[in-house]
Design a binder for this molecule. Structure first.
Ligand code: UDP
Length: 271
């Protein structure tokens, strides 16, 4: 992988020129999983004090940002917003601004862990319950033996001083935050300025999957782009959340047929 990395002196990693696609007002980066992985690899090799903030947004997150101004303003500061969900890819196609492919957060995390393993990096896992994050760390240590892992559960306030100090002391290269939306992006937004040359990414329920507590959908569901359906069928608590999907689709329909409407005029909550 390393030989594919271009000269860092000519690589402007902050001003990457990936095309933006606006879906209900959320500026997605039209990048493939490989391009995003290469970008992170370049960032790891770059000598910079700046951080990299990546949001992997599915329709639920996009709709939440569309209706919550303060969350929207936070994710707008991210370096990348990548399409994590077939709903985003289908919406982009419907809006005649097709995007390359779905970039599932959990798969991007796996690619990042391979980079971390190759370069013997430090990775902090923040989120999920105490038992889950411990088990997740144990399993990941086994798969990526060259990575130095540390962890903390996610049931703390995003401004928790002790948690911040623990992460800072570790001086991580990557911080994966698995607290769900909006908390994980809130945490990154409020705390990233305490760090240098660190990649931050919200990874939702990924620690539940890595720990073995929750199974990822079988390959068949993934290949048929029905992973979202599998998650609803296996966890009925998700049913209420799935009701957001029709609302997301309605907004996409509105965007197509009344493009003059500013999608950001629909914040439900004025914060
Ligand atoms: N979580 C957390 N702190 C909180 C609330 C949730 O660490 O205050 C964790 C929760 O235990 C779960 C994850 O955040 O592991 C949320 O996963 P979810 O399935 O909601 O995320 P998705 O994959 O749908 O984005």
């Amino acid at each position: 992988m390393t030989e594919m990395i271009p000269s860092l002196s000519t690589y402007d990693w902050k001003n990457h020129k990936s095309e933006n696609v606006s879906i209900i007002g959320i500026p997605f980066n039209n990048v493939s999983k490989k391009e995003m992985t290469d970008h992170i690899h370049k960032f790891v090799n770059a000598s910079t004090k700046e951080n990299l903030f990546i949001v992997t947004a599915n329709p639920e997150i996009a709709y939440y940002a569309h209706t919550h101004e303060s969350y929207y303003n936070k994710i707008k500061t991210a370096d990348f917003i990548v399409p994590d969900g077939i709903g985003i890819i289908k919406a982009a196609k419907y809006l005649k601004q097709p995007m390359k492919e779905r970039v599932p957060g959990i798969e991007l995390m796996e690619n990042m862990l391979s980079i971390a393993d190759e370069h013997e990096l430090r990775v902090f896992l923040l989120g999920a319950s105490k038992e889950t994050v411990k088990e997740c760390k144990r399993k990941l240590r086994h798969t990526y033996p060259n990575v130095d892992f540390k962890s903390k559960h996610g049931y703390k306030d995003v401004h928790d001083y002790k948690t911040l100090q623990k992460i800072k002391k570790f001086d991580p290269d990557f911080v994966f935050v698995a607290m769900g939306c909006p908390k994980q992006e809130d945490f990154i937004f409020y705390n990233q300025h305490h760090f240098e040359h660190t990649v931050f990414m919200g990874v939702g329920g990924s620690f539940d999957v890595f720990s073995g507590n929750v199974k990822r959908a079988p390959k068949l569901f993934i290949n048929l782009n029905l992973e979202w359906l599998y998650r609803i069928l296996t966890d009925f608590k998700r049913l209420k959340r799935a009701l957001i999907i029709p609302m997301f689709l309605m907004k996409v329909f509105q965007q197509k047929h009344t493009p003059e409407l500013n999608p950001h005029a629909h914040f439900k909550e004025k914060e």
